[in-house]
Design a protein around this ligand. Sequence first.
Ligand code: NOJ
Ligand code: CA
Length: 806
Amino acid sequence: MSMPTVRMPVVAGEAEHWYQDAVIYELHVRSFADSNDDGIGDFRGLTQRLDYLQDLGVTALWLLPFYPSPLRDDGYDIANYRAINPAYGTMRDFKRFLRAAHDRGLRVITELVLNHTSDEHAWFQRARRAPAGSPERDFYVWSDTPDLYPEARIIFQDFEASNWTWDPVAGAYFWHRFYSHQPDLNWENPEVEREMFDIVDYWLEMGVDGLRLDAVPYLFEREGTNCENLPETHQALKALRRHVDERFPGRMLLAEANQWPEDAVAYFGDGDECHMAFHFPLMPRMFMSVRMEDRYPLVDILAQTPPLPEGSQWAIFLRNHDELTLEMVTDEERDYMYRVYAEDPQARINLGIRRRLAPLLGNDRRVIELVNALLLTLPGTPVIYYGDEIGMGDNFYLGDRNAVRTPMQWSGDRNGGFSRANPQRLFLPVIADPEYGAVNVEAQQSNASSLLWWMKRMIGLRKRHTAFRGSIEFLLSENRHVLAFVREYEEERILVVANLSRRAQYVELDVRHLDGLVPEELIGHTEFPPLSAERPYVLTLGPHDFFLFALHVPEPRPGDAAAPPPAIRSSNGWAGVFERRGRTQLEEALAKHLPRQRWFAAKSRKIRRVSVGDAMRLGPVRGEPVGYLCLIDVELTDGEPETYVLPLAARRVDDAPHDDPIAVVRGGEGDVLLVDGADDPAVARALLELIRRRRRVAGRSGSLEGVPERSLRRLAAGHDLTPAPLGAEQSNSSIAFGQGLIMKLFRKAEAGTNPEAELGGLLSAKGFEHVPRTAGVLEYRRAKGAPSLRAQGPGLLMVNEPQVGG
Ligand code: NOJ
Ligand code: CA
């Protein structure tokens, strides 16, 4: 039994690809929360609301532009790239926000507007006054006639008649793809690139995790082309990527390229341009599919989407801060979309629809859930637009795209809890529509059936499953109202079946290649009959219903040869089994391991879900851990949840066979077995040391604390303390330390003081002779406000004098 514990190396792992498993939340500082009641949201307000975002479960925040700006395009008209708009706070406020977000594990993505500046930017003011042909003038694109590049389309077609505007100061026309107050930078000029790279360094050095590259297809112009997606533009992006990779590995570039899939995919290069790009054409097709009650638009666009280079990832979305753009659809499709989603011409702007998600979908909860389920399960990193998680309304009587940029609604207080300012002072009015005025976070937090709670559960579900990082395969049945697909990554497979129709449907799925797999419905954890090669799998779905099934390899039946331990992939050794992907696999392995244990009390009940409530590192303060003391939360299909105490240790696969390994950890430096560490001498010694030295070890949600009694010193001093396991009883496991001490590990953790430990403590304090005296206990104290962990208080473990009195 005295197998050496294996120390697992800690290597930089998957963290570099964080954006592939992210859930992004898009917000504008100005509209989120106002801390100083001047009617404008600010960084302090946002920082105060980080708890909310963490609780929602998103993993990254994308902030719309917050730089000094005349705000004629909501900040996309930048006047200074290296400062904070004073209305939103100071640079200190920004840095505090960034730190607070990082402390919560939230990444931060900001805007990099490469294509144009505001006409108030110093570069433009300098350019228009500088002599023609000078480097200063050449920061922008000038012409004596407005006739150049006639094939370039006009994007803001409701506002601009030409991409050229006359500047009387320069005495020349300047080029602009957007508003005429947004002159395009001249990327032919190497000085422009140098300045931009400096700006990139400025923000990445500060710690920003990712940059959204605004309007990226338009950097270069060439006569005879539409001036989009030019080879020169791709060259510039490759140079930017090289620059970032050399200095800031692990940061992310996200391309905003509103293009057809084959043009959009070019922004990934060969894995040497952007890490991510928005999938614009997919977005309207999600809306088309539900409205037409037909999977065709969705399946078709994904079939047209080329595969991505390694490490690349789409960003997918339902709504954002702009109009729902209809540029990437055919004319007929656009007519259809206008007809069904924007009957009121007031709702239309440019080539799109200025509405939020809930009003677009007639505030139909089932449809809102359905499209969000698609967002969270189709290939790509989901981007959620602020307010859509509570089903906020819009106001298309406000100008431009302000319909969807109104203040976040926090509560039923004045201004929706956004600000205490006089309502007339707000940067935009709060939604007052009778149907949507009452929508707010506070009301929905207190109702577990609200959209907000549904979103939280679905975001949580998505994050637990790595299959969403992997491939997609459609199961095409005869019934086109039903969309079915399998997502797969490494060992995990998830089947998604969605009824796009407002009528109940049944579907017969061809599952021949999935023969024998057992579907587990992921919201209620009900096991469905196995898939079979013999016959189609028949499912019935209510209106706009959808199912998410994990497809499991069936459990071996009694009498089958012993199944090999489940595998956990970790490129990060020990730590990796507690990180997102490893953690899910560990939890699944534990769900199989626990019912086999004598001390597992709920044997007769079925496990719904196992989660690692907390894990505390054991061993020397510095160096590698000898193990972890874990609190394992077990949800059961019926009855109260339970929490178990499980020390984890690892040993090398070839050291010696273990009769009940929990899992095998693959990757890193060779495979190791993860085992119950209750009989591991190194773990036992580490636990005793915690008590003897009165040490504290912090976990994620609380901390372990050793509490020695005075007697411990006497009992331990000068004695042989070689640990020897005494085996597991019904509810605990014991280890003897030489002749002097016995350690008892209580397997089931209860809130409050363990009665046995408390009794032992009381009696030994009173000097009772005939009970084992408590020489110390190990306590777990839950941190204030930590997620619900049932174990707390004294009594995870105690050490006793073995033979007392007598
Ligand atoms: C795309 C942004 O999303 C939009 O809001 C902005 O107006 C244009 N780029 C111009 O910067
Ligand atoms: Ca403010």
